[in-house]
Design a protein around this ligand. Structure first.
Ligand SMILES: C[S@@+](CC[C@H](N)C(=O)[O-])C[C@H]1O[C@@H](n2cnc3c(N)ncnc32)[C@H](O)[C@@H]1O
Length: 290
């Protein structure tokens, strides 16, 4: 999309910035897979000072230790880490005796994870793939989907993924995941912000104006983080990050609909008891034995 048409600023294009996008509008380029942005996402995953890309290292370790103890699986139990990023959880689950497969569609993150595993001589299988396209049957004892991944999918994609996950689990196998609650959006989510970047930044190498809007879709229990970038040649690009939020009731209904047995839930994936003010729900669900 270009804002300059015949040497003039095209106000009909500019107007699109002010419109509320249709629910689940897709971007021209998926932001996780954009070669430039995904490099910066990888830095964010590996930044131990921040919770931006992944949770801090100490939280990841705490979570893996706690979940491993909770599940009490035999050594060699098979674990599928969906949206594994650079393999932070995968590596630690491997360290706890799981036979791990990690899947992510960011080539940058998978390349990094593979190199790390090779350097440390960890026997972890990493696959660069869209997890909506997995096709396993009764293979895994545990499947993890960590850091809100289930919340950023459309209703259709979420149903598809949960169907595939259920099929991929062995009877009695566990699904571990976390969800945003409404409280997650209470802090630090202003409606509109913008900045001018004169040098390379998270989104682009070239100078750009970034307009960020936080849009509510109340009826659908969805929030949109809409990032509009305007470059100096008039090119405009949008990135939409859709975020569903859940209550315990809604999360339970989702599990029931997909024929999972809800085993437990918390405020996080480290076993902190659930409170009404929690920003997250950590959940463990089980594929029934029959
Ligand atoms: C919020 S990050 C979490 C990464 C990791 N679970 C962690 O907590 O460190 C989400 C990850 O899921 C990946 N991802 C998102 N959608 C995906 C899809 N449809 N298929 C495969 N990977 C996906 C992204 O590339 C990213 O690495």
């Amino acid at each position: 999309m270009n804002l300059i048409n015949n040497g003039k600023l095209d106000f009909s294009q500019l107007e699109s910035i002010t419109k509320k996008p249709k629910l689940f509008t897709k971007d021209e380029v998926n932001f996780w897979q954009d070669p430039y942005i995904s490099e910066h996402i990888l830095y964010a995953h590996l930044d131990d000072e921040s919770d931006e890309g992944s949770r801090k290292y100490e939280t990841v370790i705490k979570s893996v230790l706690w979940l491993s103890e909770y599940m009490n699986m035999p050594k060699g139990a098979r674990l599928l880490d969906l949206g594994c990023g650079p393999g932070l959880y995968s590596e630690h689950f491997h360290g706890q005796g799981f036979k791990v497969t990690g899947i992510d569609f960011s080539q940058n993150s998978i390349d990094y994870a593979k190199e790390e595993a090779k350097a440390s001589e960890y026997d972890i299988e990493y696959i660069c793939q869209n997890y909506l396209e997995i096709d396993y049957s009764n293979e895994f004892d545990v499947i993890t989907l960590i850091y809100g991944d289930l919340c950023v999918l459309s209703h259709q994609e979420r149903d598809l993924l949960l169907t595939k996950v259920r099929k991929a689990l062995k009877p009695g196998g566990y699904l571990i995941f976390d969800l945003f609650t409404k409280q997650y959006f209470k802090k630090g989510h202003e409606n509109q912000t913008w900045y001018l970047s004169r040098e390379e930044g998270f989104w682009k190498e070239e100078e750009h104006l970034l307009l960020h809007e936080h849009i509510k879709y109340k009826k659908d229990k969805v929030r949109l983080e809409k990032y509009t970038l305007i470059m100096n040649n008039g090119r405009m690009q949008n990135y939409h990050i859709w975020k569903h939020y859940f209550s315990i009731k809604r999360a339970k209904e989702m599990m029931k609909q997909h024929q999972f047995k809800l085993k437990d839930f918390w405020s996080d994936l480290c076993g902190k008891p659930y409170e009404i003010e929690s920003s997250w729900i950590g959940m463990i669900a089980q594929k029934p034995l029959k």
